[in-house]
Design a protein around this ligand. Structure first.
Ligand code: G3P
Ligand code: MG
Length: 249
């Protein structure tokens, strides 16, 4: 497995940028995370019509933008014309849905690490994975500042086939019985899971097997206090300011 110690140099990763501080998965959200002192952000990449790649979480457009319809069917010109800020707060009116390329450039210009989550819902793994890997190959410079994650094992297996040097993270809501076999099949770097469903026994087994253990989405430090003692390496949080005590100034 890929075990480089210098990769994950933080205990706090911003979720969708910093989703409680600015509209999720926007450039403002990424900047807000950096302003709060984080060195890594998680964002979601979504395949839209005609092979476009944007930073977006939902299968439909209405929760986060002034648009409507199914995200996968939307054309790039339509999506980038939407307002992705006003529903969060009027202060962010005019904020856009970033393309993957815009996000990669923004994150690197801020010197941050990136956990890029490949969204597979209703998208074709065979289309999105090669497109994302190609974009990373051409536009992401430091492999030690990059983690690729997905709930979809097939997506991670395909990314491993395309480039076996990437740091891959298998996402789970509930950790299945055969997690070790799944992680081994992609030479995973990390297991990223829902902290509310993780048990101490599972956490210790993941650490004993040599993987990083990241937990989402923790917005209350007290709720994950015990998880640190179980071996959790980092939290993925909507509000990094709550975890400022874990951030190196
Ligand atoms: O990567 C952790 C977390 O982002 C996974 O869930 O639905 O927020 O993308 P979701
Ligand atoms: Mg995500």
């Amino acid at each position: 497995k890929v075990t480089s110690e210098k990769v994950l140099n933080t205990k706090v990763m911003g979720h969708r940028g910093a989703a409680l501080l600015a509209p999720e998965n926007t450039l403002s959200s990424i900047r807000a995370a950096a302003d709060a002192g984080v060195t890594w952000v998680e964002i979601d990449v979504y395949l839209i019509a005609e092979g476009g790649l944007v930073i977006f979480h939902d299968d439909t457009l209405d929760r986060c933008t002034n648009g409507e319809g199914v995200t996968r069917d939307a054309k790039l010109n339509y999506i980038i014309g939407l307002d992705a800020g006003a529903k969060f707060s009027a202060d962010f009116t005019g904020e856009k849905v970033p393309t993957l390329l815009e996000a990669l450039e923004c994150i690197q210009s801020l010197g941050l690490g990136l956990n890029l989550e490949i969204k597979h819902d209703s998208a074709d793994v065979g289309t999105i994975v090669p497109a994302v890997m190609d974009m990373l190959k051409n536009h992401w410079i430091d492999n030690d500042k990059l983690m690729i994650s997905s709930f979809n094992l097939a997506a991670l297996q395909m990314s491993y086939e395309i480039d076996n040097e990437r740091h891959l993270a298998q996402l789970y809501e509930d950790i299945p019985a055969n997690w070790q076999e799944e992680l081994e099949s992609i030479k995973a770097y990390s297991l990223n899971c829902d902290y509310t469903r993780l048990t101490q026994v599972q956490a210790k087994a993941v650490k004993a097997a040599g993987y990083k253990l990241l937990c989402y989405t923790a917005n209350d430090p007290q709720a994950v206090e015990s998880h640190w003692t179980w071996g959790m390496d980092a939290v993925i949080t909507d509000d990094p300011t709550k975890f400022a005590f874990l951030l190196v100034p």
